[in-house]
Design a binder for this molecule. Structure first.
Ligand SMILES: [Zn+2]
Length: 342
């Protein structure tokens, strides 16, 4: 019997009778992070990293949930579980599963660059590593985030000088707060879409320092928005919510902006390459650092990535899951409970 089985409902640990990020309703779910393709509603009991608890409660309402500090192990039927920072969004965790001298690690989504708010990623030595591969192609290599934030702040300052409102889009949970953390508040005020303001409030309350933001409401004077920065979910730019702005420049921040034509397809004026997932080097360095002899890729460029790992002499496989990586995250802001009227 494998320590983790790939079942219809999700990644299953039979010895402990628990699932990790299941997509069917189960009795006990360990959750890597708050994105909707990993944290679903309807499980009887949830266990997550301490810093993810408030986020899950905000998204899923009144649930039976327990938070565990990073690095603190707990036993379920003799199987030992430990959460480690995944660096993807605030509270995101890798989950280490240990039983009878065998160690498996489920990465969830992860990024190796320390963004200053999500907790620094650390590779966890293991025998079997279940990895995401959202950007598992050599064309995806990220620049240091300080370079990207310089570009974003320059774009904002230029817009401000021209009396143009800067609309910067990023998914509601994770990217939006990372963007906020990198904005230069000396340029001007930062306004937020209601969905992002609500989530940001939750994340601030868990102790993450973020700059002051102003929620946009129907009462917000139009003139106050001239030259300001507005952080909004991608879905907002195609909605009547946009009617309140005079002249705008719209930008989005995503790993997909590395692709030729991506900016045009998203109908934005600027695209900044900023992802909350590991790039090609991050994935490869991590896999090497785990020392794992067997790798499973769960989502992203799984087949190509598997063949690449096999060519390096590793045993590799692909697991079909319902995880979607940055595709799911783009739709985060369009969830009905977070939608705000224009
Ligand atoms: Zn995610």
């Amino acid at each position: 019997m494998a320590l983790i089985e790939f079942q219809k409902g999700g990644l299953y640990v039979p010895e402990a009778d628990v699932y990790i990020d299941p997509w069917r309703r189960v009795k006990k779910a360990l959750i890597t992070h708050g994105h909707s393709d990993h944290a679903r509603w309807g499980h009887h009991r949830y266990v997550c990293a301490d810093s993810s608890k408030a986020i899950l409660q905000h998204r899923l309402g009144d649930i039976n949930i327990r938070g565990v500090p990073f690095g603190e192990s707990f036993l379920v039927n003799g199987v030992q579980f430990t959460f480690y920072p995944a660096g993807h969004i605030v509270g995101s965790a890798q989950i280490k599963v240990e039983y009878q001298d065998e160690i498996w690690v489920v990465s969830g989504d992860y990024k190796t660059e320390d963004d200053g708010i999500s907790g620094a990623f650390e590779p966890v030595p293991c025998d079997v590593f279940i990895t995401e591969s959202t950007f598992g192609l050599p064309i995806y290599t990220w620049l240091d985030q300080s370079i990207i934030f310089d570009e974003i702040n320059q774009w904002w300052a230029t817009n401000r000088d021209a009396g143009v409102t800067s609309i910067l889009t990023g998914y509601t949970l994770g990217k939006a707060q990372r963007l906020l953390s990198g904005l230069d508040t000396s340029i001007g005020p930062i306004y937020t879409h209601g969905a992002i303001e609500n989530m940001t409030k939750v994340i601030r309350s868990s102790g993450v320092p973020l700059p002051d933001t102003i929620r946009i409401t129907p009462e917000t004077p139009k003139k106050d928005l001239v030259g300001a920065m507005v952080v909004a979910p991608p879905s907002a730019t195609g909605s009547p919510w946009m009617k309140r702005f005079k002249t705008v420049s719209i930008a989005t921040a995503s790993g997909w902006m590395q692709l030729r034509g991506a900016r045009r397809r998203r109908s934005v004026d600027r695209g900044f390459v900023l992802s909350d997932h590991a790039d090609w080097h991050g994935l490869n360095q991590t896999i090497e650092a785990t020392g794992a002899s067997k790798i499973y890729a769960t989502h992203g460029y799984t087949d190509v990535f598997r063949r690449w790992l096999e060519s390096k002499g590793l045993e590799a496989g692909v697991v079909k899951t319902r995880f979607e990586g940055e595709l799911a995250e783009i739709n985060e802001g369009s969830e009905p409970e977070e939608e705000e009227q224009p």
